[in-house]
Design a binder for this molecule. Structure first.
Ligand SMILES: [Zn+2]
Length: 353
């Protein structure tokens, strides 16, 4: 199923948001939304924009008004956050439908022991045990999926590298993280939570002997970091994923220690506390979902939808560059192999700071 042939149109929201528009502006707005749905972003190029929206020279100022009011401006493009979120949902649905199709059956309704309804795919009930154990969360970004949705079954060792569809090789990820991981690495995000997993489940989810090996490597790795020794060994290939900690009264905001420290440096601890409260409450009240809380805090003031607190000219050149590449990675426009290059760029820049 192609995901770009239709998109959800929230009639009442649209009417409420567009009260002040003329019929000409309605046309521009709708054509821009359609373009954004199909391409992921809207180019920041006035000639292209005129073509997309069939706008004449004398109406360009209206067009710019529409962009400013309804789309978020990035360095090289505009984006509509709500449409992007809907598109991710549509891709998720489509992927799930494909998987169900491959397994030869329609999904069956199923009510979990914790009361949240999820769609049961005809797979081993071990998978549902895992999804329930992790509370319907994506193990990578640690976002809980909305009620009625289930995480995707990610192959830890990708299928293309010979990974099997079995409980020792699958983990729940959201569609965004699943797409980012793709077949680029074999990170087992379940290991982030290894201390919380009871023995009974550990013996089911991990291949006997392999977990002990992983522990040993992890331990060696920790010792190595603490002693700052530069000796090389095969354990270097094991990099444990960084654990995110919960912040805010409702525990919605998740940041790694490194991210928190950097934010504290950039914003000061009092202001950072305020931003965390706002983001935390925004998620609690409106059910907003963000993949990257670190970036969300940096980008905008969550409740009022204000512009970033740090004006872009106050950012150092390096930070600006990092944000630019991050926005490329977060958008849908670039193919995966391009995104790898952007990620390398970010790593390079972060190293140089
Ligand atoms: Zn995720």
């Amino acid at each position: 199923m192609k995901v770009d042939i239709w998109f959800p149109f929230y009639v009442n929201d649209y009417i409420a948001d567009t009260m002040a528009l003329s019929n000409r502006e309605h046309g521009m707005y709708l054509l821009l939304m359609i373009h954004c749905w199909k391409k992921g972003v809207i180019p920041k190029d006035i000639e292209k924009l005129k073509k997309i929206t069939k706008t004449s020279e004398e109406d360009v100022s209206f067009l710019i008004g529409i962009l400013e009011d309804f789309f978020e401006e990035h360095e090289d493009f505009y984006i509509n956050n709500r449409l992007s979120a809907e598109k991710t949902k549509a891709e998720n649905r489509s992927k799930r439908a494909q998987e169900n199709g491959r397994l030869g059956g329609r999904p069956k309704e199923f009510t979990s022991i914790r009361g949240c309804t999820a769609i049961k795919k005809q797979l081993d009930k071990d998978w549902y045990e895992m999804v329930l154990f992790f509370d319907n969360k994506c193990l990578c970004c640690e976002e809980k999926l909305p009620e009625g949705a289930v995480p995707l079954m990610d192959h830890i060792i990708p299928k293309s590298l010979g990974g099997q569809l079995e409980i020792t090789n699958i983990q729940p990820l959201c569609s965004g993280c699943n797409r980012d991981k793709s077949n680029k690495h074999t990170t087992d995000y379940r290991l982030k939570f290894i201390e919380d997993i009871p023995e009974k489940l550990k013996s089911k989810w991990f291949i006997a002997g392999k977990l002990e090996e992983t522990y040993r490597l992890k331990l060696e790795n920790q010792n190595k970091t603490s002693s700052h020794s530069h000796s090389h060994s095969h354990s270097e290939s094991y990099k444990p994923p960084e654990k995110k900690h919960k912040y805010g009264e409702y525990n919605h905001v998740r940041l790694t220690d490194k991210q928190f420290k950097k934010l504290e440096e950039d914003y000061g601890s009092i202001h950072l506390k305020e931003l965390i409260v706002k983001l935390d409450e925004g998620i609690e009240i409106h059910g907003y979902r963000y993949k990257n809380h670190n970036l969300t805090i940096r980008k905008w003031n969550p409740l009022n939808n204000e512009k970033p607190t740090i004006k872009s000219k106050e950012l150092t050149g390096t930070q600006k560059e990092i944000e630019k590449y991050q926005s490329y990675i977060d958008s849908d426009v670039f193919p995966e192999d391009e995104k790898i290059k952007f990620r390398d760029k970010i790593n390079e820049l972060e190293g140089s700071e």
